[in-house]
Design a protein around this ligand. Sequence first.
Ligand code: ZN
Length: 258
Amino acid sequence: MDFYNDVSVLPRARYLQLVTSLRLLDPAIIRSSEPEEVLTFSYREPLRERFIIPWRKVKAKLRRLVAERGRDLGYGTTCFLKESLCMACPTCLLFGGTGETSSTKAGYNLLSRVMGETFISKTENVEPLDYTANAVGEVKHTTGQALMTLITVPADTEFIGVVTLKDPTPEMASLLVDGIERLTRIGARSVEWGRCRMDILGGGIFDREVYSAYELLGEGGLEAVPTLDLDLPPVEEAFERLQEQMSSLVEKIEKSGD
Ligand SMILES: [Zn+2]
């Protein structure tokens, strides 16, 4: 199976699956006063206790990175966050959105073409590292008023997750891969901690979703994934072409809605 050459309104049946590894270079915080972003989960044997990263966290990061790159190149310059998406740029084409909450009050919704799943740590959740810090009082700037305990996922923990691109074109894949390569921080307080590296281990284009981290983490699962040799256009060209395709797609959608 190969990429599609065009972008269609209605879904078709091809899936580019990227089997990825996300490796922590620093410890990542899993519990603090801020929302938990890396959690633990108990699976059945043989996976048992694992650290997990919910897909929505990875997706939000990827979307932000793709949008940043787009704005840098002059696409989707007024497209922000969930509440004011433009619904007309390449990032919205990839990650979707709802018209109602968009900045343009667009009369249509877009399904996300980037789909994912929970990222699961390769190794068992050994004792999480406790990091106890003295909270510094904001008013008096003295310590000792409160001790906060931050539980962290140890550095070097490697997560496996499958990122799936529905009805892929080389241009869409180029944006997604660029985002994956630039994902370098994860977790709460990631300004201070939570440096990571995301690599594509392999994958392929299929007529269904073939891979899942859960199954790949079983015996010999990861070793059986073929390496990917994608011939993708440079991200600058990909944005330009996708913007043209997105503009004509929006035109079609709006016409069909009349
Ligand atoms: Zn947009």
